[in-house]
Design a protein around this ligand. Structure first.
Ligand code: GTP
Ligand code: MG
Length: 229
């Protein structure tokens, strides 16, 4: 008797990809750019989101989806900036998926919103495998994590549209090799944009905001919406 082999991972990913495409269409209708922010725990995702909101408001309207295994700490922090936010608790899950994102979208009005920021669960592995409906993937690597990470966790760096090297203010205290890191990243993903930033000193944030504003503008153009940012 022949042995049946069922590839579960593919079917899960297939269903997820379908739902992610549905989420993306929903955002496309209103010309809302969605970014999926991914990194290890503590690399600075929430810090980046706060800096971004403060630099974009009030002209650019931002909504946020926060993903964490537990707690609403990040959502509360973001909410203090006066921004609509939904917290997803994955109850043990190490990444967000498209169904969770769909539920979060159902709980946001998205009315007049220009940018949807999704903070994924802190993890350098699984988030890269699951599309959520985002238009761009933003990857943060903080300098204390070490410059060898692209070799150890290649998918995240291969999938990213932009890689932000955060905590560059700590470079004098570490042996993070920026040149070696950039070489490893571009070896995996030749077209990726790499920006050095510090959410503490604000170094490099202008470059990040200018990249993001351009993406928002392009999104509106593609979908025939007015540009107010
Ligand atoms: N020195 C320094 N510290 C930073 C910088 N960015 C963030 N931090 C600090 O790093 C710690 C973690 O930052 P968060 O923004 O909470 O990181 P996160 O990626 O959202 O963390 P999780 O949501 O728990 O995965 C906080 O103590 C921040 O103040 C930076 O550029 N330089
Ligand atoms: Mg966070």
């Amino acid at each position: 008797m022949a042995i049946k082999v069922i590839t579960i991972k593919e079917s899960i990913l297939g269903a997820n990809t379908e739902k992610a495409a549905k989420n993306q269409k929903r955002l496309d209708r209103d010309g809302i750019l969605a970014i999926n922010v991914m990194s290890s725990p503590g690399a600075g995702k929430t810090s980046l989101i706060l800096q971004t909101i403060n630099r974009l408001k009030p002209k650019t309207r931002v909504d946020v989806i926060e993903g964490d295994i537990a707690s609403s700490i990040d959502a509360e922090t973001v909410h203090k900036q006066g921004v609509p936010v939904v917290q997803i608790n994955t109850a043990g899950g190490c990444h967000l998926d498209a169904s969770m994102t769909e539920k979060a979208l159902d709980n946001l009005s998205l009315d007049g919103v220009d940018l949807l920021v999704i903070e994924n669960v802190g993890n350098l592995i699984c988030p890269a495998e699951f599309a959520l409906g985002e238009h761009r993937k933003v990857m943060l690597l903080s300098t204390p994590e070490g410059s060898d990470k692209p070799y150890k966790y290649p998918l995240m760096f291969t999938e990213a549209d932009v890689v932000l090297i955060n905590k560059v203010d700590l470079l004098p205290y570490l042996n993070f090799d920026i040149e070696a890191f950039n070489k490893a990243v571009t070896g995996l993903n030749p077209d990726v944009k790499i920006i050095n930033i510090s959410c503490k000193t604000s170094e490099g944030l202008e470059d990040w905001i200018s990249w993001l504003k351009n993406e928002i503008k392009q999104m509106k153009k593609r979908h025939g919406k007015n540009i107010n940012s």
